[in-house]
Ligand binder design. Structure first.
Ligand code: CA
Length: 359
């Protein structure tokens, strides 16, 4: 074994034994790049990438470094799956449903309208068949997935005009994430897929009539309240959207068992931390928005009912068209039925009681 490969293979102990200058200590042995789909200004959803990278660095004693890059910095916000697939970057941090145009199954790893909530999604991933089934699917794209955060149930978004019934959906140019647009299109909406960093301008200019992003904390940062007065809820197309870290399979396979464990633990930490941030920060932002004149509105029942019907018929149709969808959705929908059977008892009853008390 020559000196170079000895150093490469033996790690720090070997390096020191070989008498190399200790300066080597300070250098990361592995350097990866992470391309996010999100703007840096969002310390919640972009922030999870920084949390992940910081944990990987700390747990590896500085030997494994990941630089994080906002949407558009290395590649377009919606180009990150291609970036990981072809190895331009080792990691992407994104909302998988952005890529449902490649295959509808991407949405099942993130959120589908009237799908799982945040708790249920994490349960499906870690304890159900979710992670296993989605990884089987993502393998086609040369990548492995790790849950990388959840926003919790989202708001329904910002509307320039009030929505009084399902008739008001007709002709509505609506920026909506992932699969929600597919469900609203049969109701007459004109869905738009626009990255987070570009929504404000489109809404301000009136290129679109409405836009949804996430919830009060992020939405306030992006300033949507300044350009649309009505704030609708709930975001029924995103009851618990999961973000993912997508890692290039070859880059992942090249890691030591120790570094693979570090990646898994760091991702799980970032996954939990994002939901905590949203839950902790949304209430104050909501109060500020309402205090500044935002008008909160629930979606009318007929809009919810028509959207539910549309969603279920699209899923049925996909069962006949997309083999992978059929396989994953069968497991997902069984899990969803059981989760709702369970949550309706103690979770929902407890929440409803507490929310009606004077605290
Ligand atoms: Ca959204």
């Amino acid at each position: 074994m020559d000196r170079r490969s000895l150093i490469k293979n033996a790690g720090i102990a070997g390096v020191l034994a070989a008498g190399v200058a200790p300066a080597v200590h300070a250098q990361a042995a592995i350097r990866w790049r992470l391309a996010s789909s999100f703007p840096k200004s969002l310390d919640t959803i972009f922030g999870a990438a920084d949390v992940f990278a910081a944990k990987v660095k700390a747990m590896s004693g500085g030997k494994f470094e990941i630089s994080t890059h906002a949407g558009g910095e290395l590649m377009p916000a919606f180009g990150v799956v291609d970036g990981v697939q072809n190895g331009t970057v080792e990691v992407a941090h994104t909302a998988p449903y952005y890529f449902f145009g490649k295959d509808e199954c991407f949405a099942l790893g993130c959120a589908i309208p009237f799908g799982l909530n945040s708790r249920q999604m994490t349960a499906w991933m870690y304890e159900g068949n979710g992670l296993k089934l989605m990884r089987e699917f993502y393998a086609k794209y040369n990548m492995i997935s790790f849950p990388g955060g959840n926003t919790g149930a989202q708001m329904g978004g910002w509307f320039r005009k009030e929505i009084k019934s399902v008739a008001d959906i007709k002709g509505l140019k609506f920026r909506i994430g992932g699969f929600g647009g597919k469900v609203l299109a049969p109701l007459g909406a004109v869905p738009q897929n626009i990255p987070g960093g570009e929504i404000y301008q489109a809404l301000e200019k009136g290129t679109i009539d409405a836009a949804e992003w996430v919830g009060p904390y992020d939405d306030q940062k992006l300033g949507f309240n300044k350009v649309a007065p009505f704030y609708y809820y709930p975001g029924w197309w995103e009851g618990g959207p999961q973000l993912d870290f997508f890692i290039n399979q070859k880059a992942y396979d090249a890691l030591s068992a120790e570094n693979k464990a570090i990646v898994e633990a760091a991702a799980a930490f970032a996954h939990t931390e994002m939901q905590a941030k949203y839950d902790a920060r949304n209430p104050a932002a909501l109060k500020q928005l309402v205090g500044a004149g935002t008008k909160l509105r629930p979606f009318p029942n007929d809009v919810m009912a028509a959207a539910f019907k549309s969603a279920m018929s699209i899923y049925e149709e996909l069962n006949t068209k997309n083999e992978s969808w059929k396989k994953i959705y069968a497991d997902y929908s069984k899990f969803r039925a059981d989760q709702n059977l369970w949550f309706r008892f103690t979770e929902a009853t407890f929440d409803r009681f507490m929310q009606s008390q004077k605290l």
